[in-house]
Each structure stands twice: as C-alpha cells, then as structure tokens.
Design a protein around this ligand. Structure first.
Ligand code: DAH
Length: 339
C-alpha cells in the first residue's frame, strides 16, 4: 500500500508539472485529493490493514496529500506569475505613438447670439421665459390684439395644425403666457424658434429664431423703454452705437417703433453691410397695447409696459457677415467651424 501511495505521488507530481493553466492545476486537486479522488480511494482500503501497519501507512498518506497540495499550490503561483508576465509584455504602451485627435465642438452661431443677448439682459435683471412652439391661435394672434383680417394670419403665411393650434409665427405669445401666469412686475426675455410658411431663399427660412422682450409694471414709460434698448444695443454693438426709433405699426404695441442702430461696420458712414445707409434695422418694439394688458387681466390704468422682438438669424448674419440664411441650417461643419 505504501508503494501504491508513493507511485500515486510520483504520477500526481508529474501531471502537476505538465499543467499549463491554473484551471488544469486546480482540476488535479479534484482528481487526486477530492472526495472521489485517487488518494481518497487508496486510503479507504486502510481498514483492511493490521493495527501496526495502519499508523505507518496513515503517516505516508498524509505526507503524500501534503506533497500533492504543495505541488498544486506552487504550480498555481508559477502559472499566475507567467500569466502576468505575458500580459505585461503584450500590453506595453508605446509612448511614441501619435495621439488620437481630440476635437472639441463649438456653439452654433445662432446659439452664440442667443447667449450673448440673454447674458446682456440677465445683467440688467431680466429672467428667461419659455413657451411652446405649438401655440394656440389665441396666444399667437387674438390675445396679441391682431385684427381678424391681419395678413399674418393667412394660411399662406402660417402653419396651422387645426383651427385653434399653429406653429408660433413669433415669440410674442410668450408675452401672453407670462402676463397671465406671473406676478407683476415682469421683466423677461424669451428666446425661441418660430415658423412661417416661407420658401427658403437667401433671407427667408421657414424656421427661424426670435428673442422677445417684455417689461410690465407701474410707471413704465417711454423713458424706460428707450433707456433699456439703448443700453442693450451699446452692450451688443459697442458704446458708440446710436439708436433711431422709427414709427411703425404692430398690433400689440402702441406706439410702435422699429429700431435702427448705427452700422457697427462703418460707424454710420455707409458701407455694403448697411447698404450705404449708415443705419441697420435690428428690432421691432413699442409700448404694450392696453388691449393686450386687458386680455391678460392686467389693468392698463395702473400698469404699463414695453416689448420688443428681434430676429436672431438677422443679428447673426450682420455680426458674422453671412449673406445667406440657409448656410446657418445646412450645418456644414466647414462653414460652422469659422465662428
Ligand atoms: N413679433 C414681431 C414680429 O415677429 C416682432 C415684435 C415687434 C415683437 C414689436 C414685439 C414688439 O414684442 O413689441 O415681427
């Protein structure tokens, strides 16, 4: 029996030496030392031995078990080391390799203008308001005092969804939503997308952006109106910029004005940007019409306000010298990369 045990040890150690993976070495533990392992089977025969032989064989059996266990553990340690060495050799980092190009995106010129304008107004204590792009006819036209036969209501100008809903043609409906919802005084700007049924050409796009402005409170007069807009254009175009308030007509303001600024390119002398005029029109504005205040439940005898709306694409095109609005939406990265 002792010979059998020593034979077993020899075979086991030889097999362990051959093991070429940790799993293989581990499987030999089961093969030799497991419940149904070869060593266990031999030792089960010990019952048949004489009382003198039993402790001697038992001792050899234990020594064989220890030898096999040690053999397996050593083999596993060696195999682990070899595996690690192989991994290290394979995963060498070549510090001389050229790096991958890291491209940081940038803001679209429309976003840049919106950010710039909103920053200026936030600096003057305004907050930002938002409204949905799908609007009610009431908020987009009726509550804004647009006459029933106003040409902008025409199907050929406005995308209607049904009799009551449309894609907003201007950001002005945000005025209505804000006046109906918020407490007075109100001081907001509302940037956003607008839609009109225009065929695209160099100056028209069926989708475009506006920034709306609304101030409502007590004692808001033409003085606050002109002062705020003068400050804004000087912050946007430079402190030398002058403004010209040209009388105009909007249904939601009375009086209404279109506001021109001295050309930021030539300073007013006349150049291709201002088409030789020295002035550039940048926004529509006026004192909020009493009917609009009334439509929102505000008493025009107590409160007054002013509003303005500007086209973002127009500002971007002027500022960056872009001559075709479509370039802004084709999103050719070679074009957008310039700004
Ligand atoms: N909503 C006008 C438009 O789309 C722009 C405008 C003009 C907005 C005068 C105003 C305003 O708030 O007072 O042409």
């Amino acid at each position: 029996m002792q010979e059998k045990l020593l034979e077993l040890q020899k075979n086991a150690l030889a097999e362990i030496a051959e093991a070429d993976s940790i799993e293989k070495a581990e499987s030999l533990r089961v093969k030799y030392l497991g419940k149904k392992g070869e060593l266990t089977i031999i030792l089960k025969g010990m019952g048949k031995l004489s009382a003198e032989e039993r402790p001697v064989v038992g001792k050899v059996g234990n020594e064989v078990r220890t030898a096999i266990e040690e053999g397996i553990n050593n083999a596993k340690t060696e195999l682990k080391k070899a595996e690690q060495a192989k991994k290290l050799a394979e995963e060498v980092i070549d510090v001389t390799m050229p790096s991958k190009e890291f491209k940081v995106g940038k803001k679209h010129p429309i976003t840049k203008i919106i950010d710039e304008v909103t920053d200026i107004f936030i600096g003057m204590g305004f907050s930002i308001a938002e409204g949905p792009e799908v609007e009610t006819v009431r908020n987009n036209f009726d509550a804004l005092n647009a006459p029933k036969d106003h040409p902008s209501r025409d199907m050929s100008d406005t995308f209607y969804i049904n009799d009551d809903l449309l894609l907003r043609t201007q950001t002005s409906p945000v005025q209505i939503r804000t006046m109906e919802k918020e407490d007075l005084p109100i001081k907001i700007i509302a940037p956003g997308r607008c839609f009109r049924s225009d065929s695209p050409d160099a100056t028209h796009s069926p989708m475009f952006h506006q920034i709306e402005l609304l101030v409502v409170g007590k004692d808001i007069t033409m003085t606050e109106f002109k002062g705020t807009l003068n400050t804004f254009v000087q912050k946007l175009f430079g402190s030398e910029t002058n403004t010209k308030f040209r009388p105009h007509n909007f249904p939601f303001t009375e009086p209404s004005a279109e506001i021109d600024v001295t050309c930021f390119k030539c300073g007013g002398k006349g150049c291709p940007v201002c088409k030789g005029e020295g002035w550039i029109e940048i926004l529509g504005a006026g004192m909020v019409h009493p009917n609009v205040l009334r439509n929102c439940g505000i008493d025009p005898e107590v409160y007054s306000g002013f509003a303005a709306g500007m086209g973002v694409e127009r500002l971007a095109m002027l500022k960056y010298g872009i001559d075709d609005i479509r370039l802004l939406f084709e999103n050719d990265v070679r074009f957008l990369d310039q700004f």
